[in-house]
Design a protein around this ligand. Sequence first.
Ligand SMILES: [Zn+2]
Length: 136
Amino acid sequence: MKKDTKKAIALLSLVGTLGGYFFGANALNSLTFQMSPRIEKSQVEEIIEREKTKQGFDKNIEVRFNNVGINRAKKEDGRYVIMINERDLTRATVTHEAYHIVDGHVESYNRPLYFLMWEPKTAAYTFVDEMKRKLN
Ligand SMILES: [Zn+2]
């Protein structure tokens, strides 16, 4: 085999592995969100407080609801913000976004770290948390 071909195959398998890894995190998220109970807006604060207490995070987290399909956590001008699409309002969605903040994922935006570490970690955390709550 030519050297270039070998390199191309190595690169392709690396991309495939990383892609599969992220796809796995997304698939796990879909499953977790589907099995999680829908909640009311009035219950969001309690879920966030639970995650803050667990991680010893004592700063305020602001919640913004939207109807345009955005679920994400971010740090904006030093303030912590969770954006939630009302259509996706489940216990797990809130837990997921809160975890991104209390575990420090939004402190600086780093795309590779997000795809390779923060998202799979958060997906796994939220899935395990939902399973524990279901079994209790
Ligand atoms: Zn996430």
